[in-house]
Design a protein around this ligand. Sequence first.
Ligand SMILES: Nc1ncnc2c1ncn2[C@@H]1O[C@H](COP(=O)(O)OP(=O)(O)O)[C@@H](O)[C@H]1O
Ligand SMILES: [Mg+2]
Length: 260
Amino acid sequence: MLAVHNLEVVYEDVMLAVRGASLSVGPDRIVALLGANGAGKTTLLRAMTGLLDVHRGKITRGHVSIDGARVDTRSPAGVVRAGVGQVMEGRRVFVEFTVEENLRVGGHTSAARGLQDKLDRIYSMFPVLADRRRSQAGYLSGGEQQMLAIGRAMMADPRYLLLDEPSLGLAPQMVERIRDLIVEINSGGTGILLIEQNAAMALSVAHHGYVMENGLTVMDAPADRLRADADIQEFYLGLGSEGSSLRDVKHYKRRKRWLS
Ligand SMILES: Nc1ncnc2c1ncn2[C@@H]1O[C@H](COP(=O)(O)OP(=O)(O)O)[C@@H](O)[C@H]1O
Ligand SMILES: [Mg+2]
């Protein structure tokens, strides 16, 4: 179990970005983390992957653990060794490297023989990457780059894969393919934390979900319950029909209920 316990994160000693967030991802689960821009989702992911330092962030309370052992004190490489892979916001591939070179970077901890097996496995999962293995990553489409970023993370054989808004900026058809890949990766035995503003996509595959607002995890429920929740429908699935002022009052009342 990968778990975040009552986490508080401050940037530059002053900016309180996460104010008490908790979540857990079981080894066989897909867990969605929903929330508007600025809610603190990416900050939470940085705290889970040892990347707060480079952003001048610090954990001021709480911790992150895998099977009870703390991982928030580890370096980014140490977190990868502990079995956590990630795909950062905005698909950070090395644009001047070829597709295969990008994948090799992801598998750099593997022995040479194991590396070829892993490449073969990734290519069978992502045929489009196999076709383009000698192309520079910068020439791939946005969706293909997202696949490459996912493939690169999978080269390290993670027990948990954390994805930060993988559907952002992609055409609906490509979002579907990313969604199917997430299901496929999970059925291969990898636990997934799926950070998304696209709540419809995330809740269509997740077993469980959390909603984050202003640095707090304010909802924690099975995905089917979140899909049926009136507030989630109004604010995250765009299915609301009421005027905004009425909606705000109702939202506030319900928020009080969630928080109490
Ligand atoms: N490196 C940083 N320095 C200072 N503030 C930051 C930094 N990164 C993010 N923040 C702030 O922290 C809050 C949470 O941001 P973020 O975690 O990126 O939210 P989300 O991913 O949900 O959009 C925002 O107010 C954002 O402006
Ligand atoms: Mg973000």
